[in-house]
Structure formats: structure tokens, C-alpha cells
Write a protein that binds this ligand. Structure first.
Ligand code: PMV
Length: 362
């Protein structure tokens, strides 16, 4: 595997130059087409994955930093989520920062206050780890840039941010880039790596560039199996190897479809991947879809048969349905969603999202 060592003992600030500062990033969530499910080593994927970067499901994160009175090995950090101290997330972020001390030794010299919030309501049951962890990773890279400079170019900045985001939450490494991203070594995409995501926007056919993702909120409950536990379950799953091979093969097919603008193949693989992910979970005795998830899937397939419209579903490791379709059929699709699908959602709620431009520094 590729060698990449970001450990850098020289990223220490001379005490005379220790000044308070702040950085702010807005980073999006992403929705996988070929799913990452199963990992090894330090957050390394068992198979490659590809995703759309979203636009409206985002996390805003402000990191304020100031010099500690006396440097110590302890991470000093307070975290506020929608203005309220959030201790479980704070503990997670502290651990994350502690794990990055060899890469950013300046973490030991500072105390941090993090203020963060999501565009989507907590009750939507949407995992925010991709947007949250990518925003933090970008923030840390910006602090490095402000204090030490030294990034060769934007690509070097994004690569490091993606590498760091991966250490926080695997799928977060794909949120760094506009349009679509690939994470995991695959012969079908040059430059792909298990260590970081890469943007593939330049190879995406026009047919996919204005895709919508309506996220249908079937249940607002917390996930019954965390993704950490879910990845771990793959280790004892008798179908794990065939699943990884299926994902590797699907990468080849879907990348070809994405380049050619082949909506039908794209849709077939997208749905197969979602159902395969859930089949893996069923093999581990978890049933994450709800009756309304299945009703929606049936209605989408029926609507597609009747209209011939390129409209496809996918799911994360939960019950909510992501409805993917191009912009040109949006007015008609929204009538279908409002009339037939929204009534199957919690309080008729869905989030209208679409393919986005990637993170922004504020
Ligand atoms: O990044 P994690 O560890 O939360 O895993 C996410 C896994 C899926 O969302 C189910 C699939 C994916 O590729 O995003």
C-alpha cells in the first residue's frame, strides 16, 4: 500500500507567536452509491466506494483556538452543538484530536472551543459524522495553514484534509470534494487510495451533475446499530468476502456508467448496493428498514415502470430512503413525492437535497 506519513514534529509554535485565532468551515454530507461497509487496520476500507457530495445537508463548524497557559499532553477542548455543551460528542472529538497529536503537535499547545451545528434537524435521524468530521479535519488543516503555511497547493490541502477526515469517520473523507468522490484503491480510477478520497467531478457525465437527492425521513430515531458496530459485524459475516468482491465489481460498472451518462446501469447498481448493504445487516440479525421503507421502495419501482423516469433509491445504514433523480424530471417527481411518499414519512418530512460543490471556508 501507498506510504503516506503526515507526522510532523516541526508543527510547534514558538511561544512568542502564540496568538488566539479562529477558523470556520461549512462541510456537506455525502450519499454513497457503492457502499463502504467493513473496515480493517486504522480506518481502512475493505472495498472501494463512490458517493455524491450533497449541498444542503451540511455542518457548520467554528474552531476557536488560544494558547494554553502551559503546554500539556491533555487535549483541552469544549464543544457546543447548537449553542449547548454536548459532552458525548465533545469526548469523541477530544479523542480524535488526541489521535492527531503526532500530525499536529500544536494541538498540545492550545485550548479549543468548537461551535458546531447541522442544517438538518437532529430528529431526522441522519448521520452527521461525514459532514461533522470533514468540517473538523478542514478546520485543523486551516489552522496549520494559518500558522505555518506550507501547503503546496489546494490539492495538497484537500488530500490531507481527506486523510484526516477518514481517521474521524471513514465516509467523511469523501465529503471534501465537489460533485462525486471515490475512496478506496480501485483499478477503475487512477489515483484512488485507501488512505484518502479523491474528487472525480471531472469524469462525471452531465447527466449526473444536477442530480437530486430527496431524503425521505421514515424514522427519526437514533440508529439501532452504530456504523462502528456495523463495520465490526462484517468481520464475522460469512458473506463478507463475496460482498467485498461485489462492491469491487460494481465500482467498475458504475464508474463506466458515470462517465458515459448511462442512467439505467447507474440506477441498477445503486439499488443493488443499497439492498446488499441491508442484506449484510440482516445476516447479522439486524433489520434496519421499517415497513414504510419497503412501501416507498415498491412505490418508486412502480412509478419508474409506469413513467420510465430515471428515479432510483438508495439507503444508508438506517431506514430513510434517498431518492436520486436528475433535475429535468424534478417538477413531476415532486408531485409523486408530495402525494405518495411524503405521507409515509415522519410528519410528511423530507429533505430536498442535491449534488453540491463541496466544503467552503467561511
Ligand atoms: O463512515 P462510517 O463509518 O459512518 O460508515 C458509513 C457507511 C455507510 O454510510 C453505510 C456507507 C457509506 O459508504 O457511506
Amino acid at each position: 500500500m501507498e506510504e503516506l506519513n503526515y507526522n510532523n514534529p516541526s508543527l510547534i509554535i514558538e511561544s512568542a507567536n502564540l496568538k488566539p485565532g479562529k477558523v470556520v468551515w461549512r462541510s456537506p454530507s455525502n450519499i454513497a452509491i457503492v457502499k463502504y461497509w467493513g473496515k480493517h487496520g486504522v480506518q481502512l476500507p475493505r472495498n472501494p466506494s463512490v458517493s455524491f457530495t450533497l449541498a444542503s445537508s451540511i455542518t457548520d463548524t467554528l474552531i476557536e483556538y488560544q494558547p494554553k497557559e502551559t503546554p500539556s499532553n491533555e487535549v483541552e477542548l469544549e464543544l457546543y452543538f447548537h449553542s449547548e455543551r454536548k459532552e458525548d460528542f465533545e469526548t469523541k472529538v477530544k479523542k480524535y484530536f488526541a489521535s492527531l497529536i503526532d500530525i499536529f503537535p500544536f494541538i498540545k499547545q492550545m485550548s479549543f472551543v468548537i461551535r458546531t451545528g447541522n442544517s438538518f434537524p437532529h430528529s431526522a435521524g441522519i448521520a452527521s459524522s461525514a459532514s461533522a468530521m470533514s468540517a473538523l479535519a478542514l478546520g485543523l488543516c486551516s489552522i496549520e495553514d494559518e500558522l505555518f503555511g506550507g501547503f503546496e497547493n489546494d490539492a495538497a490541502f484537500d488530500k490531507k484534509a481527506s486523510y484526516l477526515a477518514r481517521l474521524g469517520s471513514g465516509s467523511a473523507c469523501r465529503s471534501i470534494f465537489p460533485t462525486m468522490s471515490v475512496w478506496g484503491k480501485t483499478s477503475h480510477v487512477e489515483g484512488s487510495s485507501d488512505l484518502y478520497g479523491i474528487g472525480i467531478g471531472d469524469m462525471v457525465h452531465e447527466n449526473f451533475k444536477d442530480f437530486h437527492d430527496d431524503i425521505l425521513i421514515v424514522s427519526g430515531e437514533e440508529k439501532s446499530v452504530s456504523s462502528t458496530a456495523g463495520h465490526a459485524l462484517m468481520e464475522g459475516n460469512p458473506f463478507a468476502e463475496p460482498r467485498y468482491n461485489q462492491a469491487r465489481t460494481n465500482m467498475g460498472k458504475v464508474i463506466a456508467a458515470i462517465k458515459a451518462g448511462d442512467l439505467e446501469t447507474f440506477g441498477k447498481i445503486t439499488e443493488e448496493e443499497a439492498l446488499s448493504l441491508h442484506a449484510m445487516m440482516m445476516n447479522s440479525n439486524y433489520l434496519l428498514m421499517r415497513p414504510n421503507s419497503l412501501k416507498i421502495i415498491e412505490l418508486v419501482r412502480e412509478y419508474r415502470r409506469e413513467t420510465n423516469h430515471p428515479i432510483y433509491f438508495t439507503l444508508d445504514a438506517g431506514p430513510n430512503i434517498h431518492l436520486l433523480y436528475p433535475e429535468n424530471i424534478m417538477p413531476e417527481v415532486r408531485v409523486f413525492v408530495d402525494e405518495q411518499l411524503a405521507p409515509l414519512c415522519v410528519d410528511n418530512y423530507f429533505i430536498g437535497d442535491w449534488v453540491g460543490e463541496g466544503p467552503e471556508q467561511q
